[in-house]
Design a protein around this ligand. Structure first.
Ligand SMILES: [Zn+2]
Ligand SMILES: [Zn+2]
Length: 350
């Protein structure tokens, strides 16, 4: 089979490797669609601390079970949607019911390396996080299960009862999924702040009532001011940060109204410090929250949303490319000219 391999940061190769054999309870899935993700681009540029080079890459995918290990829940030929990780169920976080923070969620127990003809799904993931894909759900939309699970987890952290307005900072694929889900959950006004006209157009197509072009306004204080003026001078009930930079975290707090909440989804580099106006946090009773990854209940909700066609996730896919053009796909992501690209493996991998 053909498999992408990141030899070292910036050096991506396509290799011929043997098709994996499933162990007990494991599955080997013939990839139908693998989506590109911001993590792939970061890994391509800098490597990944949990997957040292040389490493396979790609983790958002759907496909058809090609081989099933003894006792696996699925059989050969079953179309499936998969998220690449699953919690251990034993560590302190899992026992407390916050499985998204499982100590052992990453690493060797993951289904990693979806930019390939086949991918091995370890037993823990095969047991908990593989879903039968109905024919009404396309392989492309099913591949959104992982990013949407993260976004479902983020939205579950918000007090939507009081959220009559929400601001999403960052109009990349994750920010846009937040826009779509907040709208779907009934938040009347969702304002998207981001760069590039195509992304802001996508935000409106996914349900944003207003967009703020951060490139055009440029000045940070002016962007905050623009958001406040769109929200009667108060700021929004909920602000979701999906950029992952200190300045953007700071702006998220500035855009949050009295009694409102800021959700920090965008991960910053280790050691990042953010100045927060402590007076406002106290006297204006702000709620500041982090969000990371997903729990099994988030994955189930995300799967139901996709199965029911509740979100137009296809609007986030800019183009479809064969696996042999993965390199061009990465270059296009680097140029920032597209949202997500759908990678299709070789038609005949044998
Ligand atoms: Zn991803
Ligand atoms: Zn655990």
């Amino acid at each position: 089979m053909l498999q992408s391999l990141l030899e070292s940061p910036g050096k991506l190769e396509l290799r011929r490797t043997p098709i994996p054999e499933p162990g007990p309870g494991e599955l080997v899935v013939r990839v139908e669609i693998a989506l590109t993700c911001g993590t792939d681009l970061k890994t391509y540029r800098r490597g990944h601390p949990l997957f040292p080079c040389p490493t396979a890459i790609g983790h958002e995918f759907s496909g058809i079970v090609a081989r099933a290990g003894a006792g696996a829940r699925f059989k050969e030929g079953d179309p499936v949607a998969v998220v690449p990780s699953a919690p251990c169920g034993k560590c302190p976080s899992c026992r407390r019911g916050v499985e998204n923070l499982c100590d052992e969620i990453h690493g060797r127990t993951m289904a990693w390396g979806a930019f390939a003809d086949y991918v091995r799904v370890p037993e823990r993931v095969a047991r908990q996080h593989v879903f039968a894909r109905p024919s009404t759900l396309s392989p492309r939309d099913a591949a959104f299960l992982e990013p949407l699970s993260c976004v479902v987890n983020g939205v579950s952290r918000l007090d939507l009862v009081r959220a009559d307005s929400a601001v999403v900072l960052g109009a990349g694929p994750i920010g846009l999924l937040f826009v779509a889900l907040l709208k779907k959950k009934g938040v009347p006004r969702v304002i998207a702040v981001g760069k590039k006209k195509t992304r802001l157009d996508a935000a409106r197509a996914l349900g944003a009532s207003e967009t703020v072009d951060a490139e055009e306004i440029a000045e940070r204080a002016a962007i905050v001011e623009r958001v406040r003026s769109l929200t009667s001078g108060e700021g929004a009930a909920a602000v979701i940060e999906c950029v992952g930079r200190a300045e953007s975290w700071e702006d998220a707090v500035s855009m949050t109204r009295k009694g409102g909440e800021a959700l920090f989804y965008g991960g910053c580099a280790a050691g990042t410090r953010v100045p927060i106006d402590a007076r406002r946090v106290h006297y204006e009773a702000l709620t500041l929250k982090g969000a990371f990854h997903f729990s099994p209940r988030d994955v189930r909700e995300a799967f139901d949303l996709l199965r029911d066609g509740a979100l137009p996730v296809g609007k986030l896919v800019s183009d479809e490319l064969p696996l042999t053009q993965l390199h061009q796909a990465i270059e296009r992501l680097e140029a920032g000219e597209c949202l997500k690209l759908a990678i299709r493996p070789s038609p005949d991998p044998t």
